[in-house]
Design a protein around this ligand. Sequence first.
Ligand SMILES: Nc1ncnc2c1ncn2[C@@H]1O[C@H](COP(=O)(O)OP(=O)(O)OP(=O)(O)O)[C@@H](O)[C@H]1O
Ligand SMILES: [Mg+2]
Length: 148
Amino acid sequence: MRAVILAEFPRGLTIERDYDVSVPDLRGDKEQLIQALLNIVRNAAEALRERIQQGDARIELRTRVARKITIAKRLCKLALDLHIVDNGPGIPEDIRDRIFYPLVSGREDGSGLGLTLAQTFVQQHEGTIEVESRPGHTEFQILLPLSC
Ligand SMILES: Nc1ncnc2c1ncn2[C@@H]1O[C@H](COP(=O)(O)OP(=O)(O)OP(=O)(O)O)[C@@H](O)[C@H]1O
Ligand SMILES: [Mg+2]
């Protein structure tokens, strides 16, 4: 997934990995989960257009293990806690509350389906997806149950 995005944005973008190697294997639909992440990371890269030109665009992919955590009202013993962080301009304020809805886009050529699909795929794995955004820092958090 990281390689795909770096091939699409070959210059000016750094994608840093901060992976917890102790995360247990997750059973799921690999294609769906890759697609969900691609949509989120691609959005970040698209939002970073200006910083890519300046050469200081940055996306961080961070994984952690979460223990005893409530995900979608279910208490889980173990979960994957995944963060996708970018240093772009932030999600436009007027659509911030609605970005997961279909057809909501802040881009002229956007279809507004990428995040809807990402959320659907994460929910099919009984996970959740949330976002926090301000200028210079947008952070998506995906929680996926490993054992509940
Ligand atoms: N990391 C981000 N930084 C800033 N804005 C973002 C970020 N991620 C999403 N957005 C905003 O949320 C909108 C919705 O994203 P979504 O992926 O659902 O649709 P889209 O990218 O416009 O179209 P597509 O269906 O081609 O993905 C984007 O158009 C963009 O305005
Ligand atoms: Mg998109």
